[in-house]
Design a protein around this ligand. Structure first.
Ligand code: ASP
Length: 440
């Protein structure tokens, strides 16, 4: 009788953990597409949709529950690790780059749509819509300063939470740099707590990412099970224009990164996880934990990404800008209206303003499209047609939105001294990893 020597066979779970995330996501993507098309072809939606919905919603909830702890901890830690003057300069740069890329995005979307005329030949009579309902700029700006921080949290107001975190971070910086030793010690004590919080949130994100393949599978299958391949046919040209313009935008990002000597292969190796997550969750806000992990992998200091990524998720939506531009041309073509240069300008302006006040959540772009088309008096019927495939367009545009945020974050970090560390090293969240500058 022979006894087998005890072999340290890894459990199934351990083996699963060892497979790189990108492989698991790739398998989940393919399986999700196949499952969705099969479900739609055999008409099994009645039982499959609730199950997929449950699995997908669980992934979205897991990501969303981390958004505010992540913004608060990384932003306070980021602000306290650089001087306020530097924070202001980084902020201005990030904003300028965001505006510049958005302008490119709108031009590409409008240009490609005008060249290829999606929707031309289709017709759909309809009444013009009511006038636009874009919230006034003053309302958006005032909303950034929350009268009640808890209300801001409950409402999910990212800009207001960012404002709070920056104010707390700045006050903490002054405490840490105080000449009074007691105040300084209190400041350092609080700072240690914040650093601990950052570490804690990153550990949870790591855990959540292990569920990502299931979530990716379920969300993708859900969209295809509900839309079906045939639903795409009349809208194929618009889909082609939006996807084509987004690919062109990724080329623009690559050129920008080349100009700033960013290593492209290294960038996309880190960016692929947030890109896939954005594609299936259709939410820049929801993808924030994964985007932040990618910024860490790229070696970006949290003094840059703690600010630029949550801001970008809310205000920088290049993919959405492309979509709004292209879909407006599509709606105008179906309505048989040719837009004047003045109306194009309105489309761009309202599009940009609406995007600043709109959070990066699924379907936000459709809402913006309604505002934009209404503001130039186009009918609602063709917009409803776009709504039918909005989920598919939302996937690509959210991926573009998130990529744009990460590109600018990496580029701005490259232009600031000491804001990049060696990406080969493990991210270090411990106190002292980014010594605070004492030059107030
Ligand atoms: N879903 C997009 C985002 O989260 C916004 C949109 O609907 O265009 O970035």
């Amino acid at each position: 009788m022979s006894t087998n020597p005890p072999v340290a066979t890894p459990s199934l779970w351990r083996r699963y953990l060892r497979i790189p995330l990108i492989w698991k996501l790739a398998v989940a993507l393919v399986a999700g597409v196949v499952a969705g098309l099969v479900i739609s072809a055999v008409g099994a939606q009645s039982w499959a949709v609730p199950v997929l919905d449950l699995l997908g919603q669980l992934f979205l909830n897991l990501l969303q529950m981390l958004i505010f702890p992540l913004i608060i901890t990384t932003l306070i830690a980021g602000v306290t690790s650089i001087s306020p003057q530097r924070l202001g300069r980084i902020g201005l740069k990030v904003f300028a780059f965001y505006l510049l890329t958005s302008a490119f995005a709108v031009s590409i979307g409008l240009g490609l749509a005008l060249a290829l005329s999606p929707g031309a030949g289709l017709s759909m009579p309809g009444e013009p819509q009511e006038a636009a309902q874009v919230p006034p700029v003053t309302e958006t700006l005032l909303g950034i300063v929350p009268a009640n921080p808890f209300e801001a949290l409950v409402e999910g107001n990212v800009l207001a939470i960012m404002f709070l975190a920056i104010v707390f971070g700045l006050a903490l910086t002054y405490m840490i740099n105080s000449s009074d030793e007691h105040i300084q010690n209190l400041g350092l004590f609080l700072r240690r707590g914040v650093d601990g919080g950052v570490e804690l949130v990153f550990r949870i994100i790591k855990g959540v990412l292990e569920y990502a393949p299931v979530g990716v599978f379920a969300l993708l299958a859900l969209v295809l099970a509900e839309t079906g391949a045939e639903a795409l046919i009349p809208l194929l040209k618009l889909t082609g224009v939006v996807y084509g313009a987004i690919i062109a935008m990724i080329v623009v990002y690559t050129v920008i990164m080349l100009v700033f000597r960013v290593r492209i292969a290294q960038f996309f190796a880190a960016a692929k996880d947030p890109m896939v997550t954005a594609f299936v969750t259709r939410s820049s806000n929801g993808t924030l934990p994964v985007t932040t992990t990618a910024a860490e992998k790229l070696g970006v200091h949290k003094g840059v990404y703690g600010f630029s990524l949550p801001l970008g998720a809310t205000v920088n939506m290049d993919g959405t800008a492309i979509y709004v531009g292209a879909a407006t041309v599509f709606v105008a073509n179906i309505a048989g209206v040719s837009l004047s240069p003045g109306q194009f300008f309105t489309v761009v302006l309202i599009g940009v303003l609406a995007s600043i006040g709109t959070a990066g959540v699924p379907g936000a772009g459709l809402l913006m499209l309604t505002m934009v088309t209404a503001s130039v008096g186009l009918p609602m019927g063709p917009v409803a047609l776009v709504a039918g495939i909005d989920a598919l367009l939302d996937m690509a545009r959210t991926m573009c939105n998130v990529t744009g945020d990460l590109v600018i974050t990496r580029v701005v970090a490259a232009t600031e001294k000491g804001m990049l560390h060696d990406p080969g090293k493990e991210p270090d969240h411990k106190e002292g990893a980014y010594p605070p500058e004492r030059s107030l």
